[in-house]
Design a protein around this ligand. Structure first.
Ligand SMILES: Cc1cc2nc3c(=O)[nH]c(=O)nc-3n(C[C@H](O)[C@H](O)[C@H](O)COP(=O)(O)O)c2cc1C
Length: 321
């Protein structure tokens, strides 16, 4: 997710779940090819499995960008056919490609021919006046014919005119049953559902119909939920508390501070770790206010943890015996 799932965020999420697949922000093929690769593409080895998401519609450029991603160690290349922002449309990529399945197929075929890691697609149900059933199957079938077996479907259409990107994540109605039907009709494909899934309970319910679930906003705003993902969704390992996750994250924070990274670049992704727990507000306030100060160090995180523990202790005192 652009501006959200940067490497610091992904590294934090990896302390909570070993099994969930993490995705980069969308990067255009041009940015990958011509941009500052160290800044845009570097990641911590602990992030695996991690997918590089590309935006673009020129097969040769996407192939080149995929090759670069593979050489850097990414585990998957995912093509974005779902982003509706104006900036993206003017470059002819993202959701507007739902209307051009043949071109998307050429793109994924080029990526698939360029790299050995899986080439996957993230798409919508359709755009604008398209019939969603028809548009989704047309896109998926064209890509499958080009060798793609793994699809992430954001279960709503995008309206390319008149809605902001934010509205396009909220206004067009969700149609989960259409994604479930896709899986039933194309059982050989891996179908991952996305959109509006707010908890692991909801994720579990979807897993009766599809192969996987992608969490966007819920994972970002309430990352503590990821601490239950390995046990609940993968049947592998014990839960990780936010406190334990922070302990695992601290060596990374120390190392990044030493490299000159500002503390807030990391703490901004930690604000929701204690969502709805006593002291969560103090936790967020301390990280936001103190974390933004020049020269802020890990003592800010320690201070915020102490405030949280104090709030929890007060809550216990107040609770009736
Ligand atoms: C701030 C923000 C940035 C996003 N950036 C991307 C992106 O780079 N690539 C992408 O495929 N989807 C992006 N999305 C969409 C999400 O991946 C996801 O499809 C959408 O939010 C619906 O899922 P959710 O309800 O679980 O969040 C973004 C969403 C948000 C809120």
């Amino acid at each position: 997710m652009m501006d959200w799932t940067d490497r610091h965020c992904r590294r934090l999420h990896r302390t909570l779940t070993r099994r969930a697949r993490l995705y980069t922000e969308m990067l255009t093929a041009d940015a990958v090819i011509h941009g500052d690769r160290a800044r845009l593409l570097s990641f911590d080895p602990a992030e695996h499995p991690v997918a590089l998401q590309l935006g673009g519609s020129e097969p040769a450029k996407l192939a080149e960008a995929a090759r670069i991603g593979e050489a850097l160690g990414y585990d998957e290349v995912n093509l974005n056919v779902g982003c509706p922002s104006d900036r993206v449309q003017s470059g002819r990529f993202g959701a507007c490609l739902m209307a051009e399945p043949g071109l998307v197929a050429d793109c994924v075929a080029a990526i698939g021919a360029a790299v050995a890691i899986p080439a996957t697609v993230k798409c919508r149900l359709g755009v604008d006046e398209q019939d969603p059933e028809q548009a989704l199957f047309a896109l998926v079938d064209a890509c499958a014919a080009a060798g793609v077996t793994h699809f992430v479907v954001h279960a709503r259409k995008a309206w390319l005119k008149g809605l902001s990107p934010k509205e396009n994540r909220e206004v067009p109605p969700l149609d989960y049953p259409l994604v479930w039907r896709l899986k039933r009709a194309r059982p050989q494909l891996t179908v991952v559902i996305n959109g509006g899934i707010a908890s692991l309970e909801e994720a579990e319910a979807h897993l009766a119909h599809v192969d996987g679930v992608m969490l966007g906003r819920a994972a970002y705003h309430e990352p503590w939920r990821l601490g239950e993902a390995d046990r609940r969704l993968f049947g592998d390992g014990a839960d990780v508390t936010p406190e334990a996750a922070i302990e695992r994250y601290l060596p990374y924070v120390h190392a990044e501070l030493a490299r000159g990274t500002h503390l807030a670049a990391m703490t901004r992704h930690m604000l929701g770790l204690f969502h709805a727990r006593p002291g969560a507000r103090a936790w967020r306030r301390i990280l936001t206010v103190e974390g933004a100060k020049p020269g802020a160090g890990v003592e800010v995180i320690e201070h915020a943890l102490a405030a949280l523990a104090e709030a929890a202790a007060k809550r216990t005192e107040l609770a009736p015996a």
